[in-house]
Design a protein around this ligand. Sequence first.
Ligand code: NAD
Length: 233
Amino acid sequence: MGKIVILTGAGISAESGIRTFRASDGLWEEHRIEDVASPDGFRRDPDLVYRFYNLRRQQLLSPEIEPNAAHLALARLERAYDGEVVVVTQNIDDLHDRAGHGESRLLHMHGELLKARCLLCDTIAEFRTDFDGQTPCPACGEAGGLRPHIVWFGEMPLYMDEIYHHLSGCDLFAAIGTSGNVYPAAGFVEAAAAHGARTVELNLEPSRVHSAFDEAHQGPATETVPRWVDALL
Ligand code: NAD
């Protein structure tokens, strides 16, 4: 059996109650993306940025937010498939983690909402509570260095070497719930195809890069993903 690489985006978490990015006119939860997801925005108004991610974190940890049938189907695929499965997610939520994946098989390329990074000592620590510019770092004890462990526009996504290594050795590449607007992730389909992988898109509507895929399944992720996983298994 071959190796499968799956790229997921905000669309896979939409039916869990977490809003996607661009669905609402380029705004993310009523904010301009450059205000809350860029280093410049953070420099201009750090309090707004801390508040924004504190609210996103509180929402993610509220009891009504749970992994949906699509997250669970991918975890099932990883357990039952006779080859290697790697999930690369652009999502900063932890819904894939909660659905159950081996740690080395899930790469959060845009960071994680439940972590903070200290700019003073470089430590990345789990944070399930609010934090801001006054919160001391749990590792070095200094205040003023913590920022959300999120890759903002203009910053380098995480695990890129590992991801391109997986793409260059995969037999099947699938993109689920991602608009194809954000690079480098939007270019993964071409990288996988260049190495001979078959490519599949599962999205509510054709993405911006839909013509690069061999096959498409349109519809809500909670319907298309379990069906696709059943067919693979
Ligand atoms: P996007 O918001 O740009 O696009 C979402 C895509 O999902 C769209 O093409 C839409 O048609 C599709 N979609 C919406 N509902 C769907 C459903 N029920 N089933 C299947 N598809 C559905 O998202 P993106 O491409 O991931 O890029 C946005 C960036 O925003 C990412 O970098 C991510 O870090 C960040 N983000 C993350 C979250 C999260 O962690 N859940 C939420 C919002 C934004």
